[in-house]
Design a protein around this ligand. Structure first.
Ligand SMILES: *Cc1c(COP(=O)(O)O)cnc(C)c1O
Length: 474
């Protein structure tokens, strides 16, 4: 499979180049696959439904063909995914796809672990170490650190803003040993990013060391996220009609979104044949994409802080991929835009627990509320022409722009899958305030809290950072 640049379709690269470069260094564009082939129906409709690993293998195969053998791909998948994504039914028409069963308890494990193994694969045979530098505002650092931990030939340096991430997040990324280390930078996330970017453009340094990044725009993080959409939707196709008593229900997937990598992976899964009718793009007060769907104008803006902080993105990078795949009119037929403020998020955590008994984290709660509103009246109101005043949270858009599946929803022929992207205990205080309950902490998180902190202090001055690199990286 070849990959093309979102900014210049004539620029094409191999999978290896797309993985190792991350983005096109000439244009700043992102890579997308030239085509997204559909999986054979004999595979998708197999009885019993295929396992997570079988799906991962069949779905990934065309995207790496000619560059990675079947045997190697199988080994990479088995090594990356010793865990799966369980589907929890919480009411007769709602399923939660739990994406927090990986080592760092957030969905980013799915993408980061695949990317790490792909990079290691393409790095084999190099005699010099590949140094990954990654700036993080929280969750990405631990997912990337954990994914590369123990991978030979590669080492990772994580930069995070001192005092600006939660204690648990800091523990999660500063307690690695061996090939992963963390620098606690006195400054902001932007300072961390600037240090990393400056290092990448430092020709003299690059002459000495092989440097790479591992950021969220890498296509090898998006591809594997399609696996769980296929897995979850096939499972729900089997049991949905029994649980819901609806014949042939349409499946609507609600995705709590920030940078829109997750939703882009869902769009890819649908093209591969996952039985998904449509999507709800659910954001917090950073609602650049719902606004784009509503108005047709894309306006990037500074991010604002919210309770679902992993979604605090005002300029989502994957917009560029979405609009390379679909015009705004096509996107509207498939995706409904919804956003929620912090008061709504607290209320959503509370209502989900009160009505279903399920304890959900603030990110998943945004998705729960979006789905629950859409099925129970917001979509009917939109089709009836009722206006939501501008600037207010809720389902956005007007009747003439409603998605193709809108009427199904009003006719109660839809069932929902909502993506739960983090374990609720990672946001324990918020969850406790909303529900009165302390979510139990998984053992793998508890363990991290007792490990010694190994992060080293760093200033936000590039000369000091460079000196540290030269002294410490080989
Ligand atoms: C990163 C993250 C998101 C947002 O995912 P995008 O792919 O950036 O849209 C949502 N929830 C959690 C917990 C995350 O860590």
């Amino acid at each position: 499979m070849m990959y093309r640049d979102t900014r210049d379709a004539s620029r094409k690269v191999s999978f290896k180049t797309a993985v190792l470069q991350g983005m096109d260094p000439e244009t700043g564009g992102l890579y997308i696959p030239m085509e997204i082939p559909e999986l054979p129906r004999s595979f998708l409709f197999r009885n019993p439904a295929p396992s997570f690993r079988d799906i991962a293998f069949e779905a990934a195969k065309p995207f790496v063909s000619g560059e990675i053998s079947d045997g190697e791909l199988m080994a990479i998948i088995a090594d990356a995914y010793p865990f799966i994504a369980p589907v929890a039914p919480i009411d007769p028409t709602t399923y939660v796809l739990e994406l927090f069963h990986g080592p760092t308890c957030a969905f980013k494990d799915f993408g980061a672990r695949f990317m790490a193994r792909m990079m290691a694969h393409f790095n084999r045979g190099e005699d010099k170490t590949l140094h990954i530098l990654v700036a993080t505002s929280g969750d990405t650092g631990s997912a990337v650190g954990s994914a590369f931990h123990g991978v030979s030939g590669i080492d990772v340096t994580i930069l995070y803003p001192a005092g600006k991430i939660s204690r648990l997040q800091e523990k999660q990324l500063s307690t690695f040993d061996g090939n992963v280390r963390a620098l606690s930078v006195s400054g902001t996330f932007d300072d961390c990013q600037k240090l990393v970017k400056t290092a990448f453009t430092d020709e003299a340094l690059r002459g000495k060391l092989r440097l790479s990044s591992a950021n969220s725009i890498n296509i090898s993080r998006l591809l594997p996220q399609s696996f769980y959409y296929i897995y979850g939707s096939l499972l729900i196709r089997e049991r949905g009609p029994y649980d819901s008593k609806i014949e042939n229900p349409s499946l609507i997937v609600t995705v709590p979104s920030g940078n829109f990598g997750n939703l882009t992976s869902g769009l890819m899964a649908r093209k591969m044949g996952a039985p998904i009718r449509g999507f709800i793009a659910a954001t917090n007060s950073n609602h650049t994409i719902p606004d784009w769907l509503e108005t047709g104008d894309y306006k990037a803006r500074p991010s604002v802080s919210t309770l679902s902080n992993a979604m605090d993105v005002g300029a989502p990078s994957n917009y560029e991929r979405m609009q390379a795949m679909y015009s705004v009119e096509e996107a509207r037929r498939l995706i409904a835009g919804y956003w929620l403020d912090d008061a709504g998020t607290m209320d959503a955590i509370r209502s989900c627990h009160a009505r279903t008994g399920y304890i959900i984290d603030p990110h998943g709660a945004v998705a729960w509320k979006a789905w629950d509103d859409v099925r129970s009246g917001a979509m009917a109101d939109m089709l009836a022409g009722k206006k939501v005043s501008s600037g207010m949270p809720g389902l956005r858009g007007k009747a003439s722009q409603a998605p193709e599946w809108a009427q199904d929803c009003v006719d109660r022929k839809c069932i929902g899958m909502i993506l739960e992207t983090a374990h609720p205990s990672k946001f324990g205080e918020t969850v406790k305030e909303a529900t009165g309950r302390d979510p139990s902490i998984p053992e793998r998180l508890e363990k991290v809290l007792s490990l010694p902190d190994r992060s080293q202090p760093m200033t936000n001055d590039y000369a000091k950072f460079r000196e540290w690199i030269v002294d410490n990286l080989r």
